[in-house]
Design a protein around this ligand. Structure first.
Ligand code: PLP
Length: 461
């Protein structure tokens, strides 16, 4: 890697002490939390890898810009500053702020879709899929076959399958008001989409006159992967690659809590002024006036700065290397992981970690629980708890993969923190024969991972 700096490319100016806890406390807290890590208080967690959404650290430049914010209801200076940054990076003239990514999705779905519409993507993020289905349209996923194999080393496992897209467009012609690409593919493990794939998807959709939107939560990480892995792209700055990608699309939306390097915020950017007018109507109803949408002036200032910091090559080299190094350490210690490691997280493959444990005992949740007890590390289960369903007869339907996600907040933990996390993972792996499964004692019908109650199975149960 040509941009790599062998340390974090920043120094620390403000610090927050990390809670140091005892094993006895963690055992008690976890029991009180019914073995659901979402129920823990953050101060009971030593290293928090639950999510990279809104959990990053802001820079001195961002905090400085926030003090200069204009909180005017209409026409705030801070809105124009954000609009200028979005125009400069995306080339799209029109923009509305939203409070986060899913608010942008809700508005786009409401304005662009009808009952029965088809919306293809490589893979929709879960809130995107849920918003499409909420207006009774269909969220369809056409990612390449390699994405489903956790050990396949394809460099762009987020790519859309072009043959399937062509067949899909032929089948549903006239009923596709919107097509998307998610950069990087969060649901598929943070895997990137190649520039060649974006070009080909764009060409096909333009021929067919289908509006093409990008879900750009992690687009900067995607651009860095293109620079590192795609032939002919090595000399280009991430911002140049980003500008080409945006030139191929009609619009985009962003959860700015990811590569925008802010704690809250989002936006929609686009070219079509008729669509923009409709979006503004819906925005006023559900978010706010178009020059603030769902954001404070100070959040718009922080985002205007954060968008550029998120595209900085040294920052991106550090960010991607951090995920890669954590994965490499775990793997060297024997822990089975999903490969290649994506941009924002390392995923432990629970099936290979605990091959003898039945899926009905929630092996990924068992590993997550063990990592908390062993070292106070909070991870998130992405598997049978999150995607499993009880059918009418009460028997469980399970997803194809059981994963534990170790998600990296941006600019928050140093490599020594993550070396500690790897040690904790390896220690748990060495004790894997002693891990016990869990059962759900109570759960709501939908999105059960957030609020379910668990109990540990007794040995021999
Ligand atoms: C986080 C995310 C969203 C939703 O954004 P929120 O800010 O959490 O509402 C949509 N798409 C992708 C790819 C995401 O990662």
């Amino acid at each position: 890697m040509n941009n790599e700096v062998p340390f974090e490319p920043f120094r620390i100016k403000t610090i927050e002490p990390i809670p140091i806890t005892s094993r006895a406390e963690r055992v008690r807290w976890l029991h009180e939390a019914d073995y659901n890590l979402f129920r823990l208080r953050a101060e009971q967690v030593t290293i928090d890898l639950l999510t990279d959404s809104g959990t990053g650290a802001m820079s001195a430049a961002q905090w400085g810009a926030m003090l200069q914010a204009d909180e005017s209801y209409a026409g705030a200076r801070s809105f124009y500053r954000l609009q200028e940054a979005v125009r400069d990076i995306t080339g799209m003239p029109l923009m509305v702020p939203t409070h986060q990514g899913r608010a942008a999705e809700q508005i786009l779905c409401h304005v662009m879709l009808q009952v029965g519409s088809r919306v293809p993507s490589n893979q929709h993020f879960d809130t995107t899929g849920a918003n499409i289905e909420a207006v009774r349209a269909h969220a369809d996923e056409l990612v390449i076959e390699e994405a489903h194999d956790p050990q396949n080393l394809h460099p762009f496992k987020g790519n859309m399958d072009l043959d399937r897209l062509a067949a899909y467009v032929a089948e549903h012609r006239g009923n596709i008001p919107l097509a998307c690409l998610t950069l990087t593919n969060n649901s598929g493990g943070g895997q990137p989409v190649s520039l060649a794939n974006v070009r080909a998807v764009s060409a096909l959709l333009r021929r067919e006159g289908i509006p093409f939107f990008l879900d750009i939560a992690r687009y900067a990480e995607n651009c860095y992967f293109i620079q590192q892995r795609e032939a002919g792209q090595e000399g280009r700055a991430p911002i140049e690659i980003a500008r080409e990608i945006f030139s191929l699309a009609d619009g985009c939306w962003m959860s700015a809590k990811k590569d925008g390097l802010v704690n809250i915020g989002g936006f929609i950017a686009l070219r079509d002024s008729n669509l923009y007018d409709q979006i503004c109507q819906r925005l006023i109803l559900t978010e706010g006036f178009p020059t603030y949408g769902g954001m404070a002036g100070y959040s718009m200032e922080a985002l205007a700065v954060g968008l550029y910091e998120g595209l900085d090559e040294h920052y991106l080299a550090y960010r991607i290397a951090q995920a890669h190094d954590l994965g490499a350490r775990l793997k060297a210690g024997g822990v089975p992981i999903l490969e290649p490691v994506g941009g924002h997280a390392v995923y432990i493959d629970a099936r290979r970690f605990l091959p003898a444990m039945p899926q009905s005992y929630f092996p990924a949740q068992a590993i997550s629980v063990a990592m908390y007890i062993e070292g106070g590390v909070r991870t998130v289960e992405i598997g049978s708890v999150m995607f499993g369903r009880s059918d009418e007869a009460g028997s469980e339907q399970f997803p194809a993969l059981d994963l534990v996600r170790l998600t990296l907040p941006r600019r928050t933990y140093t490599s020594s923190h993550l070396n500690y996390v790897a040690d904790v993972g390896i220690r748990v792996y060495k004790q894997r024969s002693a891990l016990v499964g869990l059962r759900i004692t109570q759960a709501p019908p939908a999105l059960r991972h957030f609020t379910a109650y668990f109990a540990q199975l007794e040995v021999g149960e």
